[in-house]
Write a protein of this length. Structure first.
Length: 116
């Protein structure tokens, strides 16, 4: 009987470990974010020169994945700054501009966070 306990315990341990991993069919454990029907497509929102809605909460990319960026309140001015990947940035309710590596972004960031 003793020689069967080791393999049984190993089988139970493997089952417990794998049981906590989730599956691709279960999006709550796979790391995937389900598509949100209530949010606009990112390519419709993030266009240089368009105004980012003041109530912006995120968008859905071309794969149907929810994209949410951190919105940071500006302590030095009345506003909140957000980005979309490294491609775009804007203050909520203001015009969208390109590139977080740009001079325009650096100036906006300095005004927002008082780092002049």
């Amino acid at each position: 009987m003793r020689r069967f306990i080791g393999p049984i315990l190993a089988t139970v341990a493997v089952a417990l470990v794998l049981g906590g991993c989730g599956t691709a069919a279960d999006p709550t454990h796979s790391g995937a974010t389900p598509k949100s029907e209530s949010l606009p497509a990112c390519h419709q929102i993030w266009v240089k020169g368009r105004t980012l809605p003041k109530d912006y909460q995120g968008c859905v990319d071309s794969d149907g994945v929810l994209q949410v960026s951190e919105v940071e309140q500006c302590p030095s001015s009345d506003g909140a700054l957000t980005t979309y990947h490294q491609d775009y940035f804007a203050l909520l309710g203001q015009k969208i501009d390109r590139g977080v590596d740009s001079t325009a972004y650096q100036q906006t960031y300095a005004i927002c966070f008082g780092t002049n």
